[in-house]
Design a protein around this ligand. Structure first.
Ligand SMILES: [Zn+2]
Ligand SMILES: [Zn+2]
Length: 184
């Protein structure tokens, strides 16, 4: 396997795998990359995803945050289990088929976006923040995403256990901003 830092898009053609300048392993043909649109001469990861029926597609640019699992009652009721989400700056995501998204105002702070055709839970958006949470399961595979922490574990459903070693917070924690912040 030929692995070396990538400095131009042309190099991707002849590689099976490659390292970004900061050392992250990527698969060129699946995790497509592009030169940064912000003028910095670096390569940026692209991640793509969609809802189940395919009417809503999205593409994110840049490295994604680790997955935060939210066990609050709102996430449980809406998803049928619990949330697993990363997030991305508003200007680093392109969404197509937005007319197919229903936004449910779950609180005065945040709304939850899902496909109105197939019901897939896709997005969580705080009204005062310039980034959007994106559900981990909606990303095309391999996503390269990894778990980071559990929040609102005191509200979790009584029908499962959390058995991993990730940090667990009774409410919000680890710098994760959620709708319940400010309500306590
Ligand atoms: Zn759909
Ligand atoms: Zn939640």
């Amino acid at each position: 396997m030929d692995c070396k830092p990538i400095t131009s898009l042309a190099e991707l053609d002849c590689l099976q795998s490659a390292y970004l300048p900061h050392g992250e392993l990527v698969e060129p043909r699946k995790a497509a990359m592009q030169l940064s649109v912000r003028g910095r001469n670096i390569l940026t990861q692209l991640h793509r995803g969609s809802c189940l029926c395919g009417r809503v597609h999205f593409e994110t640019r840049g490295k994604l945050r680790g997955i935060v699992y939210c066990h609050c009652s709102q996430c449980r009721k809406q998803s049928g289990h619990f949330y697993a989400a990363t997030n991305v700056q508003d200007d680093s995501i392109d969404i197509s088929g937005e007319e197919n998204i229903s936004w449910y105002e779950a609180s005065e702070f945040a709304r939850r976006g899902f496909c109105k055709n197939c019901g897939s839970v896709l997005f969580w958006k705080h009204k005062d923040l310039d980034y959007i949470s994106v559900m981990a399961g909606s990303f095309d595979q391999p996503s390269g995403l990894q778990g980071e922490s559990h929040i609102f574990v005191e509200d979790k459903g009584d029908y499962y256990r959390i058995d991993d070693d990730l940090p667990k917070y009774a409410k919000s924690g680890g710098g994760v901003v959620v709708a319940a912040d400010g309500q306590d």
